[in-house]
Design a binder for this molecule. Structure first.
Ligand code: FAQ
Length: 325
């Protein structure tokens, strides 16, 4: 077992529980990190397993939309960069599965839930990548939204998650720049290329705003997550920060944000309401690519069975050689 909480031989009395709970709350309030061997309330553990597992699944499923363009990137240089980015996403998924494992759930269990379609992953990855400009829009908008959401997670109260996020954010920052560079080249290119960039912005804008989750009034986990310093900003706060950062970038590119209600109030960009019924549809499994994504993950898992078997056989061989020596 991984943690003191899970190792508990004797059930705790009410007095012990309230003492442990007080100590835990004081630690979080003091901005100390909670570590895997510390006692933590079951609800804190559950909240983290849910969020970290969903985050890990998002990185893994998130490889698919751009992976679709690996064989069709417009140059060898673009192909090399995209390949490195997609590999980074696999790495992020693996760090995050490891962080979740410190809470007592196994990677196999999480992967099973993903493949069975019972686990959530980010809504954004259920949209198709129709043109090369979509790879630019993903880097610019999707990685941009991911950074906005994830930089505060570097200060999350749970140590292993916070530490994983530091490295992930550095890499996401590079990803965002490569996406913006693709958009810059297309926006300054031929009229057809500029139209392709605009079309990608039109299709990815609203789904990117939905990445931040439902409006605060409908967020089920927000209060508890903020109190326990897992989240540091609410969904609406981060969405606003993202819009404030991104609208001037769209203007720099000479592109139009597809929101007729967009206006500047002197402090913030005021924006229209995303289509929350579409968000709910995507979450319920009925987005443009939900079925395709799940089928692709299942196929990749099945096709990779021989690699897992070979790795286990290799590890066993190595162990038995070490025993003999
Ligand atoms: N998609 O109560 P809240 C990336 C669910 S990584 C699907 O507000 P919370 C890198 C939520 O889980 C992108 N489901 O939830 C990359 C909950 O359902 P549950 C992923 C969503 O946790 C870039 C319910 O709605 N990032 O992009 C979504 O307090 C490019 C109620 O919501 C993370 O996972 C959604 N968009 O706040 C890779 C960051 N939004 O569990 C490749 C970490 C909400 O009760 C290419 N996660 N739901 O059944 C978080 O910060 C939070 O979990 C939020 C949601 C902000 C996503």
């Amino acid at each position: 077992m991984y943690t003191q909480g899970l190792d508990q031989a004797e059930p705790l009395g009410d007095e012990d529980l309230s003492r442990l709970s007080e100590r835990f709350e004081a630690k979080v309030a003091a901005e100390d990190k909670v570590e895997p061997t510390d006692w933590m309330p079951d609800a804190y553990r559950t909240l983290l397993v849910r969020q970290i597992a969903q985050h890990a699944h998002s990185e893994i499923v998130g490889m698919l939309p751009e992976g679709n363009w690996l064989s069709r990137a417009p140059s060898l240089r673009r192909k090399g960069i995209l390949l490195a980015k997609v590999q980074d996403e696999a790495g992020h998924g693996l760090y995050l599965y490891c962080a979740a494992e410190t809470l007592g759930i196994s990677r196999d269990e999480m992967v099973e839930q993903l493949l069975a379609g019972t686990a959530k992953y980010s809504s954004i990855f259920n949209y198709p990548t129709l043109t090369w400009a979509d790879c630019g829009a993903i880097g610019w908008l999707v990685d941009g939204a991911a950074i906005m959401n994830q930089v505060p997670l570097c200060r999350c109260s749970y140590g292993p998650y916070a530490r994983a996020m530091v490295r992930i954010c550095r890499e996401e920052s590079f990803h965002q720049r490569q996406g913006f560079e693709i958009m810059t080249v297309l926006s300054q290119g031929t009229p057809e290329q500029k139209a392709m960039a605009q079309d990608a912005l039109d299709r990815w804008w609203w789904p990117s705003l939905m990445m931040f989750g439902p409006p605060d009034a409908q967020s089920t986990h927000n209060d508890r997550s903020m109190r326990w310093k897992v989240k540091r900003f609410t969904n609406d706060e981060l969405r606003q920060k993202f819009v404030d950062m991104t609208v001037p970038q769209a203007h720099f590119l000479g592109l139009t944000v597809p929101d007729p209600d967009l206006s500047y109030n002197g402090e913030h960009w005021v924006f229209g309401e995303p289509d929350w019924s579409e968000f709910k549809r995507v979450l319920s499994g009925d987005g443009p690519c939900n079925r395709e994504r799940l089928a692709a993950r299942n196929k990749a898992h099945d096709d990779g069975a021989w690699v897992r078997e070979a790795a286990v056989a290799h590890a066993e061989k190595k162990r038995s050689r070490e025993r003999v020596a």
